[in-house]
Unconditional design. Structure first.
Length: 223
């Protein structure tokens, strides 16, 4: 999952980005509103965390432009502005959640997980696909109720597939979801992650097919 953090407080942004990366999110940081607006136009994000007091363009204007473009990216406003009129304006402009600083990271991450699940049409924190179950809160995977050993990257690829089961997923989509601007993953690395997942899942009848020239496809499970 890839998240944009738009925050001009360097210390707060650094701490938040580090915490999110430790939770296996790919994170980009925009320090001003113009940068956030440009990246939201260009990149595919699973969530945007938006401060309102951004230089250049304020957060409300970034949000307004995002919704005018009819981009469905979930937006969590994280701000020091706690006035009722600010909350109402932010939610009316299309924010999905409004959080006032300071907030405990555990609560913030729970809100992030809930927004991403909702945007993917998955309200249950447990993702199931035949005998496979992903616990998105505990970051654990189970096959026939037995835990599977997955690396952080393998987990991220598998979660991406499960959230899009029945749809073709391109390598480019996986690359964007797995790494931010300051990271690099090659298409060959994606192939390796998929190959490792196949080795662990196919004995249980869970198949990730290659669609030549398009990407990968998590096949529906036949019980």
């Amino acid at each position: 999952m890839r998240i944009l953090v738009a925050e001009d407080d360097a210390e707060l942004a650094d701490g938040l980005c580090r915490a999110l990366r430790q939770s296996d999110y790919a994170v980009d940081h925009a320090a001003n509103g113009k940068q956030a607006d440009a990246w939201l136009k260009k990149e595919n994000y699973d969530l945007a965390i938006l401060d309102l007091g951004l230089p250049g363009l304020n957060g409300m204007e970034v949000l307004r432009r995002l919704r005018r473009r009819e981009q469905p990216v979930p937006v969590l406003i994280l701000t020091a502005l706690d006035a009722l009129e600010d909350r109402v304006q932010g939610l009316d402009l299309g924010a999905d959640d409004y959080v006032v600083k300071p907030i405990a990271y555990a609560e913030l991450e729970a809100r992030i997980r809930a927004l991403i699940r909702r945007s993917q049409g998955k309200l249950n924190p447990q993702l199931r696909h035949g005998p496979l179950m992903l616990d998105t809160v505990g970051k654990r995977a189970y096959l026939d109720d037995q835990p599977i050993d997955l690396s952080a990257r393998e987990w991220a690829v598998l979660e991406f597939f499960l959230l899009r089961a029945g749809r073709i997923v391109s390598k480019e989509q996986l690359l964007q979801a797995l790494c931010g601007w300051d990271e690099e993953i090659t298409p060959n690395a994606i192939e390796q992650y998929v190959s490792r997942l196949r080795a662990k899942l196919e004995p249980a009848g869970i198949v990730i097919s290659t669609v030549r020239g398009l990407g990968y496809y998590l096949e529906k499970f036949d019980s």
